[in-house]
Design a protein around this ligand. Structure first.
Ligand code: FPP
Length: 247
C-alpha cells in the first residue's frame, strides 16, 4: 500500500505549515554552491504543493524567506530573490491550471521591487482559485508580525475605537497577517533541526509538530504523505484528557 492510500481523507489537517530547511547543507554535500540547493528546493516546493492539492489540504504555508535571512551574504540573498521572481512567474500558469490560489504573508514591502510586483501579479491572477491556498511567508517573522499587531491594536485604543477591556484572542487573530486563514494543525520542519525559528508562534499554539531528517531538496510527495499519516495517528487533546474526547 502506498503512503497516499494510507491517508484518511476525513481526518486531514486543514492547514499545513512547513519550514523548508537544509538547502545549503544539501548543496554542500554535493560540493556545490548553496544556491544550487535552493534551485533544487523549488522541485520540492512543486511536489509538496501538488501533494497537498491532490489529497485536499486546503491551506499550505511555506516559510520561504525569514526576516533574519536578510543577514545572509548579499550574493545569496540576491540569488534567492531572483529565484523567487523567476519561480513565481514561471509557476503561475500551473497554479491556475490546478486551481491553486497564491497568497503571501510578511513584510512584503521590504522585498525588491520586481519581486514584490511579480508576487502581487501572481496573487491577483490566482485570486479566484479555490482548491488549495498556497501561502508564501516572505520576509516574515512571527515577532515582527506580533509587534505589528500590537501597534495596530494600541492605535485603536489610543484613538478610542477599541477599549482595552474588549481585547480578546480574536482581536489578536484579526490583526495578524494570517487573519484570513485557519490555524495550522500540522507544522513540518525538514533537515533534522528541532526549532520553530520565529515562525507562526501564535498560530502554532495547538499544532502537531513533525520533524524529519530529510533535507528540503530531498523532500517529496511520499515524505509529505508520511507527515500527514503521523498527524492522523496522534491524539489531539487540546488540554482535555483522553476519555473526554471519546465520550
Ligand atoms: C532553507 O535552507 C531554505 C531557504 C532559506 C529558502 C527556501 C527557498 C526555496 C526552496 C526556493 C524558492 C521557494 C519558493 C516558494 C518559490 P537553508 O539555506 O537554511 O539550508 P541550510 O540550513 O542547510 O544552510
Amino acid at each position: 500500500m502506498s503512503e497516499k492510500e494510507k491517508i484518511n481523507k476525513d481526518k486531514l489537517p486543514k492547514h499545513v505549515a512547513i519550514i523548508m530547511d537544509g538547502n545549503g547543507r544539501w548543496a554542500k554535500q554535493k560540493g556545490a554552491e548553496r544556491i544550487f540547493g535552493h534551485e533544487n528546493g523549488v522541485k520540492s516546493v512543486r511536489e509538496t504543493v501538488e501533494a497537498a492539492a491532490e489529497i485536499g489540504v486546503e491551506y499550505l504555508t511555506l516559510y520561504a524567506f525569514s526576516t533574519e535571512n536578510w543577514n545572509r551574504p548579499k550574493e545569496e540573498v540576491d540569488a534567492l530573490m531572483e529565484l523567487l521572481v523567476h519561480t513565481i512567474s514561471a509557476e503561475t500558469p500551473t497554479l491556475n491550471k490546478n486551481n491553486i490560489r497564491l497568497q503571501a504573508i510578511g513584510d512584503l514591502k521590504s522585498l525588491p521591487g520586481n519581486c514584490h510586483s511579480e508576487l502581487q501579479e501572481a496573487i491577483e491572477k490566482t485570486k479566484n482559485n479555490s482548491r488549495t491556498t498556497l501561502i508564501l511567508a516572505l520576509s516574515y517573522s512571527s515577532r515582527w508580525e506580533i509587534t505589528n499587531a500590537v501597534k495596530q491594536i494600541a492605535e485603536k485604543v489610543e484613538n478610542k475605537t477599541l477599549k482595552a477591556s474588549e481585547i480578546t484572542e480574536e482581536t489578536i487573530n484579526q490583526h495578524l497577517c494570517t487573519s484570513d486563514f485557519p490555524e495550522p494543525e500540522l507544522m513540518i520542519r525538514t533537515s533534522g533541526e528541532y526549532r520553530i525559528s520565529n515562525f507562526l508562534l501564535w498560530q502554532l499554539a495547538y499544532a502537531e509538530l513533525y520533524f524529519t531528517e530529510k533535507l528540503w531538496p530531498d523532500f517529496n510527495k511520499e515524505e509529505f504523505y508520511k507527515a500527514i499519516i503521523s498527524f492522523q495517528n496522534r491524539e489531539r487533546r487540546f488540554g482535555k484528557i483522553s476519555e473526554q474526547l471519546y465520550s
